[in-house]
Write a protein that binds this ligand. Structure first.
Ligand SMILES: O=C(O)C(=O)C[C@H](O)[C@@H](O)CO
Length: 265
């Protein structure tokens, strides 16, 4: 068998616009529901959702029959964790808080076998190789892997040229919540200074030929970022969708104090 096609990477290369959903419930059951609804991609959040390696694996297995492409976000930049995520079959990784070209290069190495990197060989023990059923996985794996680095801090914005120029970085994802907090505007990603930083990231990534994604659950923000050239935008968060739906439903029957609208996600 061949290495499974990474449809997310393929769509990026075709410059297709992709709408995504954050999956934060950390269960295969909930993430499968998201995958069944038509989003082009979904983010299995290993950074902030209560995920473990087995729960991420269960979600990858649950969404495999659907056309929604899974992206897995790691909690940190540890190459040992990256190895495990790749071994369970994650093909597209999002890595938080990348702040230098050196960090970006180290992440690329973590995804590559020697001599191009430091990834250890899982061989027949791991799902990535379909337990050794994939032909020539060791030489072909990198073709199907997609590395997304998050730029979401003032330092990352300063270093965005070096980060986006790094060979092997496939795409950049902007974290507006962390960026706005880091810049001193907590809960206000639409502050003009934050927006200027976001535009700088988009421009610089495009100059380097790298596609850009962003989280934008507010529709007006998502449409604006699309016009600015963002190619993959997470326009929903499953947890928020449930909560908003629940509030709206109970609100039709009981009077409750209105909640302050939030952009902090
Ligand atoms: O900084 C951001 O924005 C992100 O990276 C997303 C957040 O981690 C999170 O708030 C998504 O719910």
């Amino acid at each position: 068998m061949q290495v499974p096609t990474n449809t997310f990477k393929q769509a990026l290369a075709q410059q297709a616009s992709m709408w995504g959903c954050w999956a934060g419930f950390a269960t295969g059951y909930a993430t499968e529901i998201v995958a069944s609804t038509g989003f082009d991609w979904l983010l299995i959040d290993g950074e902030h959702a209560p995920n473990t390696l087995p729960s991420i694996l269960a979600q990858l297995q649950a969404v495999a029959p659907y056309s929604t492409a899974p992206v897995v976000r790691s909690v940190n930049q540890d190459p040992a964790l990256i190895k495990q995520l790749l071994d369970i079959g994650a093909q597209t990784l999002m890595i938080p808080m990348v702040e230098s070209g050196d960090q970006a290069a180290a992440l690329v190495r973590a995804t590559r076998y020697p001599p191009h990197g430091i990834r250890g060989v899982g061989g027949g023990v791991v799902r990535a190789t379909r337990w050794d059923g994939v032909d020539d996985y060791l030489n072909k794996a990198h073709e199907s892997l997609c590395l997304i680095v998050q730029v979401e801090s003032p330092k990352g914005v300063d270093q965005v040229e070096a980060i986006t120029a790094t060979e092997g970085v496939d795409a950049v994802f902007i974290g507006p919540a962390d960026l706005s907090v880091g810049m001193g505007y907590p809960g206000n990603p639409t502050h003009p200074n934050v927006q200027r930083a976001i535009e700088k990231i988009i421009r610089t990534a495009h100059d380097a030929g790298k596609p850009v994604g962003i989280l934008a659950p507010v529709e007006g923000d998502a449409r604006r970022y699309q016009k600015l050239g963002c190619q993959f935008i997470a326009v929903g968060i499953d947890i928020s969708l449930l909560r908003q739906g629940a509030l709206a439903t109970i609100g039709r029957y009981k009077e409750q104090p209105a909640e302050r609208p939030s952009r902090t996600y």
